[in-house]
Design a protein around this ligand. Sequence first.
Ligand SMILES: [Zn+2]
Length: 435
Amino acid sequence: MPRRVHQTLLAIAAASCLAAPAAAADVPVTVIRAHALIDGTSAQPRANPEIVIRGNRISEVYTAGTHPTPPGAQVIDLGGATILPGLIDCHTHIFLQGEAPAAGGYDVQLLKFPASYRVARAVVAARRALEQGFTTIRDVETEGAGYGDVGIKQAINEGYIPGPRMFVATRAISTTGGYNLEGYAPEITVPKGAQLIDGPVEARKAAREQLDHGADWIKVYMTHRSWVDEQGALVSQPTLTVEELRAIVDEAHGWRRKVACHAYNGIGLQRALDGGCDSIEHGLEITDAQIAQMVKQGTWLVPTLAVYYYDPDPPDTPSGKRDRKRVAVHGVSFQKALRAGVKIAFGTDVGGFVWSDPIAQEFGREVEFGMTPMQAIQSATSRGAELLGMSAEIGRIAPGAYADVIAVESDPLRDVAALQHVSFVMKDGAVFKAP
Ligand SMILES: [Zn+2]
């Protein structure tokens, strides 16, 4: 909706409220009760909470018995459950389905599947995210499905299909030689999973196109192939130059949008930092100097720990050695970044693994590598919201925030695996899943 029309409607709504206070009675009021509340920002949980929701916003949070229940409110009593803000996954791919190599892997998606088939499965993936309590996702590129994410987001926002709030990155950007599909005869033109650019002019133009067509974020691949060298070190092929990335970052920031950079390690990761990237995706092997630079610049890390444990190739093959090296260095980097105070937001790369697996398995890896359960929860609530520039509205149970509320039956502070079993999901004030 054009901003001016929106403001006009708001003005009309405000005026009608003043003229007729009875109109407030039309706003549905819901009260949620439970055993405990983890609000997304506080260091400690709160016992016996009551949350009042008016329309799609939280209006009050207090201890049960201290306030009268608002007249006419619908009461949802979740008994012994713990309630939390709707979770935020800052690294998803609804257009990927954890492709098994035996079924054609990644390539078959772009070469053989009709766009409608990929969209149909993306609709299912979006619903799966919501079912698992993820009420917001940052979906970081469609892998050859063009601007499909923009349409899915629109269909969710207009209520045609269930799904999380979406921040979309559309096509993503890499360079010639910097993205799949590859390995085909040079005489054959094959589609690419990202928009390939060479030079700052093409880089800026690609960013402009993507922003023009609805990208909330720009995703850039700063490393591509990786392997283990003779000394046993992980090496990653860099893609964009600093100048190319700077053109993209400058353009995106002008639109008040941000840039997420896929970067494993080495030259490409350094260029991502020097080019002013807002979030490093994966960051498998970050040097101490790079961690210091991230702290200084305020660069986020979205680590996606769990996905690298999937399906390693046989250990005696080059790709098998790479797979094992990735896991070995990743946890170390995460621990160093955590200790140094790098801002860390929860992200999983789901879609890289199948949507039927628990997205919340990532919490267990975060805790394994040093986060407290509360820190892990906050990485997927208030910290994720901060990365998305939505701190006041999502990732917290507080007055003014959107009514994105979930519940789990056992205490996630005792065992974060409890977050794999979400029993209640409310998004934007509407109950999507109930016990
Ligand atoms: Zn990814």
